[in-house]
Design a protein around this ligand. Sequence first.
Ligand SMILES: *Cc1c(COP(=O)(O)O)cnc(C)c1O
Length: 506
Amino acid sequence: MDEETRKALRTLPSVEELVSHPAAAGLLEHHPRSLVVDAVRAALEAARKTIMAAGAGAAGSGAPAQGGTAQAPAPAGAAAVTPEALLTQAAGLLESWSQPGLRRVANLSGVIIHTNLGRSPLAQRAIDRVVEVSRGYSNLEYDLEAGERGSREIHVDALLARITGAEAAFAVNNNAGAVLLLLMALASGREVLVSRGQLVEIGGSFRLPDIMRAGGVRLVEVGTTNRTRIGDYEAAIGPDTALLLRVHTSNYRILGFTEEVELSDMVELGHSRGLPVADDLGSGALESLDVFHGEPSVAASLRTGVDVVCFSGDKLLGGPQAGILAGRKEVIGRLRKHPVARALRLDKMTLAALEATLELYRDPELARREVPTLRCLNRTPDETAALAAQLQAAIERRCTDGFILEVDESIARAGGGSMPLMELPSHAVRIRFPEPPLPGGTPDRASSPTVSALDIELRRAPLPVVARVSQDSLHLDVMALDERDVEAVAESVAWAVARLVAAPDR
Ligand SMILES: *Cc1c(COP(=O)(O)O)cnc(C)c1O
């Protein structure tokens, strides 16, 4: 370390000096002292690293500091390291620390059931029920008639059975859990036949072969990737076979020279050999709604006589995260009694939301109107055009300088492994920037922000906005946008643009 660096480091104030500095008074008013001390330490650490990096001749802004949950951006250079500058940094850290980790965002990606964004927003009725039931005590496991211990399943099972048309039904934590439970309950230590064309991976963490291994069952792959015939299943059945499983290839399709076995043929074969047949539908469209072009419906699957089907509560159903099992009474009873069912059980908030969501399905018209996921899937191009125009106008009321705003046609997707190839005609507000100035031209601050910089700032906005970046523009697809968020999204756009204009090379 050279003398210059040592000198610069010595000019840094101490933690104590900073905390007792007049400029720290405001911070201490709003945050506990120990947090202010942590933030000041992080800011000092970042400054120290910057000075040392500059001293070591490292080019640029230096190594980022590890300052707690958020990193303190390094100050520009030793000259900037005044107590005031350090306290400003600390204030920024305190603000970021006081934000919740899990936050609401606006989905303008054009993917309706977006797994990374929490899949399905809940219907108002479900939200109200969650609040009501979780605010105080509830009859979660208490039979109010008998005045004694009751069952938590009773609240949704009958409703589920009625809506799916199954003899019996049962809900667990998620569909991966439902698959695991049915494998363990029906085939533990034995063989399960699955077509090679159906060995899916969903969202990077649900891989069918891994779930099988975890469930202690042996996977027997049947047929080939593109073609599987009933004879392949027949040939694969042996003394150790316990179950035939069909898996919906949620997020992909095999096109071209293909052949798949009908579920009804699998059921006929399985039952003629005394074997149960299960169907993992993934999304599970309810047949009473006709919007799910080509998605296999729960009722159609059950009509084949399959023993059990399972599907997610937060995909096409538009409810809370859950895994729903529906089928023959005897089989559902076995699942319910399995020890793992206890580990996968639903909590009261989910049960409340699921019951309220299912109630809406007693009247399909009501479900279409009230379940946000269904409402978005049913949006017509006229509706998305009007919503996009509304968003465009709301943005224009706040800021117009420096970028080009237009409404464009767009393609939205259902997401959540539903209808992967289906393109939903939609509209987007498209944000473009004028061509950057030619080399040697006058630098124009407003024209330098890039699309990806805007995308980054939008995700940092008070209401973070997740948009779609294309080469030269940012698309705000309104297919999954809640009408009530139009003004807030416009506010976030104005906020992000202001940040870009203030610091175009950020
Ligand atoms: C989505 C999906 C799952 C996993 O469901 P989660 O509710 O996310 O646990 C399992 N199988 C299929 C076919 C799916 O599409």
